[in-house]
Design a protein. Structure first.
Length: 301
């Protein structure tokens, strides 16, 4: 298959490298020093032990050079979506969204239409370690995708087969929207509280006060999901806390790292989205309101 990767950072770079190594035709849209390194030295992936593997890749800074692709992986952060959609190859009709939060599929569909968008839920720990270099830790990661209405389709099966052959787990979800909200229920509270407290997963889950706060923030998102018509499992908060307990104690989210470093963050798409959707649906979100207010103040500085 022919894939276009819009955003060659941690997630896009790692998944794209796996697809290219499996023999697929992969083109990366990148910029700056990262683009130069990809062109001159190829894409290097470092594992947790520091072992490196490098492969030559096709990278460009010109969207027109991507050509027609069987599928496009839209692997940018939420605040980069508008520019990324504008850079999509002509005729793109199988665009996989993998952004954290629950708003990205609808945002892309406003331009392309729902039929062109494949909502996805990606789970992988990978980050840009320098120009042309991705650092990956943990398992090979997974990508669950589906049609907008969850119906079976040949194009989704072909994409799943390609990712599966590249060593990336992909499971047909019963409801992609429930999967998206379940991830949101984890990432937004952990990211928001972690950024406010300046604490990693281990501290957040160990101290009784922050553990209760995490659970309360998750419960607000559960109520919001149900008010939005999304059917989450009855034990979703307990299951998510158990998932938090299994994460590396030193782990943090990209939101926490970006805010601490003074970089643009996805606050509006994470905690900010909880607050906005709560007001739109008449669902109180007091814990997330406080987290959002504090973090907006920090970002403003």
């Amino acid at each position: 298959m022919k894939f276009a990767i819009i955003g060659a950072g941690g997630l896009g770079g790692f998944f794209g490298a796996r697809l290219a190594a499996a023999g697929h035709d992969v083109s990366f849209l990148a910029r700056g020093e990262h683009l130069t390194a990809l062109r001159e030295r190829g894409l290097t992936v470092l594992d947790a032990q520091g072992a490196a593997s490098t492969l030559p890749v096709h990278a460009t800074g010109d969207p027109a050079e991507l050509g027609t692709a069987d599928a496009v992986l839209l692997a940018v952060k939420t605040f980069q979506l508008a520019d990324a959609v504008a850079a999509l190859p002509a005729g793109a009709n199988a665009v996989i969204t993998v952004q954290n939060g629950v708003d990205a599929p609808a945002e892309v569909a406003r331009t392309l239409g729902k039929d062109a968008v494949l909502p996805g839920v990606a789970k992988v720990i990978a980050a840009l370690a320098g120009p042309g270099t991705i650092r990956h830790v943990g398992a090979a990661g997974s990508l669950d995708i589906a049609e907008w209405d969850n119906r079976p389709s040949e194009r989704v099966e072909r994409i799943r087969a390609a990712f599966g052959a590249a060593g990336i787990a992909t499971t047909p979800p019963a409801d992609i929207w429930a999967e998206l909200w379940a991830k949101f229920l984890f990432i937004a509270p952990v990211g928001g509280l972690g950024a406010v407290a300046g604490a990693p997963f281990g501290e957040l889950r160990t101290h009784p006060e922050t553990r209760r706060t995490l659970q309360a923030a998750m419960a607000e998102i559960e109520r919001l999901a149900r008010a939005s018509g999304v059917d989450l499992p009855a034990d979703v908060v307990a299951a998510t806390m158990a998932f938090v307990d299994r994460q590396p104690a030193e782990g943090t989210t990209s939101l926490q790292r970006d805010i601490a470093a003074g970089r643009p963050s996805e606050l509006d798409a994470w905690t900010g989205s909880v607050v906005r959707l709560g007001r739109e649906n008449g669902v109180p979100t007091p814990v997330n309101d406080v987290l959002h207010a504090v973090l907006r103040l920090r970002e403003g500085r």
